[in-house]
Design a protein around this ligand. Structure first.
Ligand code: GDP
Ligand code: MG
Length: 711
């Protein structure tokens, strides 16, 4: 596996930066019948004596052997594994005076360091006994062992109990099924290479190992067949056919090996000698196949499989690194350069903010919001939708009852009976209605002010991200803009208040639109009135003549069509009494002391009172006039309030923002303080720069791997 070490080492560097596990080397799992030589095969792959081997049931618990590569000059400073580094550094756990860079650790012995591999094997044995008993019992509870060495690659090997048929010792009746399930559990992992071990002195055609391997890998894409004990074949037989795949073909290959016999183990024959002897044996017995068999070839084949695996993973890793690099690059950019010229930086940032603020209002912002309206668009929405709609929904006669109108008329008339509907009552009432426009108008100012406030946030969040580097400057800018806005608020409110006040100051009944409306209305009202009278009570010709007041046309239509609104307010003399005579008398008694208005207001259910025809007509007239005049004023307000808000608030802030900011913040005394970079950002910039460098290096490493290791 040594060939893999440099590649894995380099990749390890990459992983250390990317912190990813895109490339996980496959687990290598050995399967086969009992005593077929599984543990021996694994051990020769690792190149160290560390596993218990022998005749009968030896491996009775799964052993998950995790190989961890450590640099050969490991010393006591670096480690591939953070936790183990600590253990290593802790002199309590590491035996004194031991100079080695190979050691092992068990999960169940916590921090204990094993530098003697014989001791490791003993620990496996005693730990097996502890759980599985000493009478051939088997447990599916795995033993976890980590071996740290400069001579291994980061790889996980799994040694499993061998398949068996007949229970012995403490083994349960269904031992066969239990072991099968245990094996299947491990080899069904798609990221595992199956080493199906079969002893050469058994019949390959009945190989349980290949049979079970095929169950979870039917295509044979991750199964490698290993034939052990080539040295133990009966005299006169050889494994030629088996090794050539004539008995059972195996896609990835069939590799024959000679491991150490029990005698070799007893004599403590070292792995190197065993491999040399194996080579000699193959040369002698299978000269034509010698180069394609043996432990070394098995290791090379595994190497190749792992390399293929790595190669398959590299493109994804490369993409990942490139994406990350791009992300860190833009992150780094967003943190900006370290400040060199403070005053120009300050000016630049202020200007940038002011520009962005204005741009957001103008709709030219760099970052256009898509989730909601913002800036100028929102202001326009406030003007036309929020404010406009609200005004339109204000009922011209809202809050005004017929009783109110009548009361006003009567109050305006005073003690004398009036010939005309008094003009003052119209003014009184229409002013009351117009006043109702003030509140939504002021609300409009408030909304725009709020939005202007929000734009500050928008600008510092999205547009001038560099500002976040300097929290004090950011706060100062926010403060200046906020106070500028606050300063403009009363001025704007005052103006809007005045706009309504102006309307209230003078009721221009000569307004051309109003005069027109009066003319049209006059006709209509008269029309209706005549119709109604004709329908209800056809007045006798005599009374009609009598009631016609001077200045009216014969049939009682006052100045109809002249467009003179005064005509509409004219009371038609004695006509009312006539009608009142004809109709039912008022149900409300008139108090001689307090006058009509008081009486009307005293009525607990005003609508119950039947109005006289004249009262009804007067009300109608006033209502229509109010409506007509109100609409004119509303239109004015609808038009002028946005203009006022724009002039006094929005444009003013836009125009003075830059100079205000410069005036308040661009002071040499403040420079140092305002441009104190947040420590957070300074640190993050360094981190991002480091990460970017590491990623660039990682990308370079990958390129090197792809170039130098020809697959
Ligand atoms: P496992 O039960 O499949 O793990 O088998 P082991 O690795 O424990 O080996 C069982 C026995 O077979 C041990 O005594 C080994 O020494 C012996 N053995 C394994 N492989 C070979 C081989 O290739 N040749 C010889 N002569 N003996 C072997
Ligand atoms: Mg074994």
């Amino acid at each position: 596996m040594e060939a893999l070490i440099p590649v894995i080492n380099k990749l390890q560097d990459v992983f250390n930066t990317v912190g990813s596990d895109v490339i996980q080397l496959p687990q290598i799992v050995v399967v086969g019948t009992q005593s077929s030589g599984k543990s021996s095969v694994l051990e020769s792959l690792v190149g160290r004596d560390l596993l218990p081997r022998g005749t009968g049931v030896v491996t009775r618990r799964p052993l998950i052997l995790q190989l961890v590569h450590v640099p050969s000059d490991y010393g006591r400073k670096t480690s591939a594994d953070e936790n183990d580094l600590n253990a290593w550094k802790n002199p309590k756990h590491f035996p004194k005076g031991v100079e080695t860079n190979e050691w092992g650790k068990f999960l169940h012995t916590k921090n204990k360091i094993f530098t003697d591999f014989d001791e490791i094997r003993q620990e496996i044995e005693s730990e097996t006994e502890r759980i599985s008993g000493n009478n051939k019992g088997i447990s599916s509870d795995p033993i976890h062992l980590k071996v740290f060495s400069p001579n291994v690659v980061n790889l996980t090997l799994v040694d499993l109990p061998g398949m068996t048929k007949v229970p012995v010792g403490d083994q349960p009746k269904d031992i066969e099924i239990q072991i099968r399930e245990l094996i299947l559990r491990y080899i069904s992992n798609p990221n595992c290479i199956i080493l199906a071990v079969t002893a050469a002195n058994t019949d390959m055609a009945t190989s349980e190992a290949l049979k079970i391997a095929r169950e979870s890998d039917p295509d044979g894409r991750r199964t490698l067949a290993v034939i052990t004990k080539l040295d133990l074949m009966d005299a006169g037989t050889d494994a030629m056919d088996v090794l050539l795949g004539r008995v059972i073909p195996v896609k990835l290959g069939i590799i024959g090996v000679v491991n150490r016999s029990q005698l070799d183990i007893n004599n403590k024959k070292i792995v190197a000698d065993s491999i040399r002897d194996e080579y000699g044996f193959l040369q002698k017995k299978y000269p034509s196949l010698a180069t394609r068999n043996g432990t070394k070839y098995l290791a090379r084949t595994l190497n190749r499989l792992l390399m293929h695996h790595i190669r398959d993973c590299l493109p994804e890793l490369k993409t990942r690194i490139n994406v990350l690099a791009a992300q860190y690059q833009s992150l780094l950019n967003s943190y900006g350069e370290p400040v060199e010229d403070q005053s120009s930086t300050l000016l630049q940032l202020i200007t940038k903010f002011a520009t962005e603020y204005c741009n957001t209002i103008e709709g030219r912002a760099k970052y256009i919001e898509t989730s909601e309206l913002c800036g100028g668009a929102r202001i326009s929405y406030i003007f036309y939708e929020t404010f406009g709609r609200t005004l339109e929904s204000v009922d011209p006669l809202g809050g005004l009852t017929t009783i109110d109108i009548l009361t006003a008329i009567r109050n305006a008339t005073g003690p004398r009976p009036a010939l005309f509907v008094p003009e003052i009552s119209f003014e009184l009432l229409v002013k009351r209605q117009v006043k109702r426009l003030e509140e939504p108008s002021l609300r409009c100012v408030e909304l725009v002010h709020e939005e202007m406030q929000r734009i500050i946030q928008h600008c510092s969040n999205y547009s001038t991200q560099e500002l976040l580097r300097f929290p004090k400057l950011h706060d100062a800018i926010v403060e200046v803009v906020t106070s500028l806005l606050r300063k403009r608020l009363p001025v704007t409110n005052e103006m809007v208040h005045n706009l309504v006040a102006i309307e209230l100051a003078y009721i221009n009944t000569k307004h051309p639109d109003f005069a027109d409306a009066c003319g049209v209305m006059n006709n209509n009202i008269e029309e209706q009135r005549r119709n109604r009278i004709a329908r209800d009570v056809p007045p006798p010709a005599a009374s009609r003549d009598k009631t016609a007041p001077s200045g009216s046309t014969g049939d009682g239509v006052p100045d109809a069509g002249t467009g003179n609104w005064r005509g509409m307010l004219k009371a038609r003399g004695e006509e009312a009494p006539v009608e009142e005579r004809n109709k039912a008398p008022p149900t409300v008694p008139v108090s001689p002391l307090r006058g009509h208005a008081v009486n009307l207001l005293d009525v607990s259910v005003p609508v119950a009172r039947k109005l006289s025809a004249r009262e009804q007509r007067d009300c109608e007239v006033i209502e229509r006039l109010i409506k007509s005049y109100f609409l004119i004023v509303r239109k004015n307000i609808q038009d002028s309030v946005p203009k006022a808000v724009m002039h006094f608030l929005v444009n003013h802030v836009k125009d003075t923002l830059q100079s205000e900011l410069v005036g308040q913040l661009y002071k040499s005394l403040l420079l140092e303080d305002l441009l104190t970079e947040s420590e957070d950002i300074a640190q993050r910039r360094n981190e991002a720069a480091d990460m970017l460098k590491a990623l660039q290096r990682a990308s370079q490493i990958i390129a090197e791997i792809r170039e130098t290791h020809l697959w």
